[in-house]
Design a protein around this ligand. Structure first.
Ligand SMILES: [Zn+2]
Length: 284
């Protein structure tokens, strides 16, 4: 990526190196989150369940406030610039329909973190919490992406951030709320199918951002291939094959590699969120 001219977002909370003390979900919650990760659920969804048991605390228990603003280290800067780029793009898109984009906060953490959705930890991967409208990113996941999932490249990392921003857009457009309400009424199987539609829409929204990043001359040759490689690497079928040695489509929560690639590309080539209607389409 070429982010030289991009303004870094100040909506970053840097909780790296700040100890996490106290309650949280307990071992059970962590195990659920871990299992969820390996099975490919969105841990955000799983952690949502724990919202009541683990009320949010505005600051770490050791009393230290996390510093806010764009961090100065290389990775922190990169993340803030990507976030800044998503703010520019979604700000304009919302403006075009006379709406205002309310940017999310991005929390950088290492190890474990407390969110309004409960506790996250590195093994859960990045997640979005609709309760506090924050994206939680552990930079260790980017290393995983490179080594374990063999999806290197800065645009692969940017895609992951843009996907979580996509969930925030769903929160702002009301899709998130509708989904949560629907999930409470339907069978677990149907709930999974809804989850896949949510996730593929977030992939498509990530593509929409990618399209406009391209227009702003922020992409380098090979960037799109990096994102497609990442989308392939974290498809449910691929993850299941790796972790369980077999593929169970009925338990998909994010969509297959092929679907993730296709919806990302739909956003990427059109640049239009309207193209991301994964809910009314007959074939995903
Ligand atoms: Zn997601």
């Amino acid at each position: 990526m070429k982010l030289g001219d991009q303004k870094a977002s100040g909506n970053v909370e840097d909780r790296r190196g700040i100890g996490m003390v106290g309650g949280g979900l307990g071992v059970g919650g962590i195990v659920i989150a871990l299992v969820a990760y390996f099975l490919g659920f969105d841990p955000g969804t799983v952690l949502n369940v724990a919202e009541q048991v683990a009320p949010q605390r505005p600051r770490q228990q050791d009393g230290r406030e996390a510093p806010k603003g764009a961090p100065s280290d290389q990775m922190g800067r990169f993340v803030s610039k990507v976030l800044g780029s998503t703010e520019d793009v979604w700000g304009k898109i919302f403006q075009q329909s006379n709406k205002q984009y309310r940017p999310p906060m991005l929390v950088l953490y290492d190890g474990r973190v407390r969110s309004a959705c409960g506790m996250g930890q590195a093994a859960t991967g990045p997640f979005y919490c609709s309760g506090d409208e924050k994206l939680y990113i552990d930079l260790a996941f980017f290393r995983d992406l490179q080594t374990r999932f063999r999806a290197p490249g800065d645009f692969a990392q940017a895609y992951v951030i843009a996907h979580e921003v996509g969930h925030h857009v769903q929160k702002l457009t009301g899709t998130f709320g509708k989904m949560e309400a629907a999930r409470a009424r339907v069978s677990p199987a149907e709930s999974k199918r809804l989850s896949v539609r949510m996730e593929l829409q977030a992939d498509c929204y990530a593509g929409v951002w990618g399209h406009h990043a391209g227009t702003m001359k922020q992409l380098s040759p090979g960037d799109v291939a990096e994102a497609l490689n990442a989308a392939t690497a974290i498809g449910d079928d691929r993850l299941q094959q790796q972790t369980q040695g077999r593929v169970v489509p009925e338990s998909f929560t994010h969509g297959s590699s092929e679907q993730r690639v296709r919806w990302f590309m739909r956003g990427m080539s059109s640049g239009r969120p309207k193209q991301c209607d994964t809910f009314s389409t007959g074939s995903l």
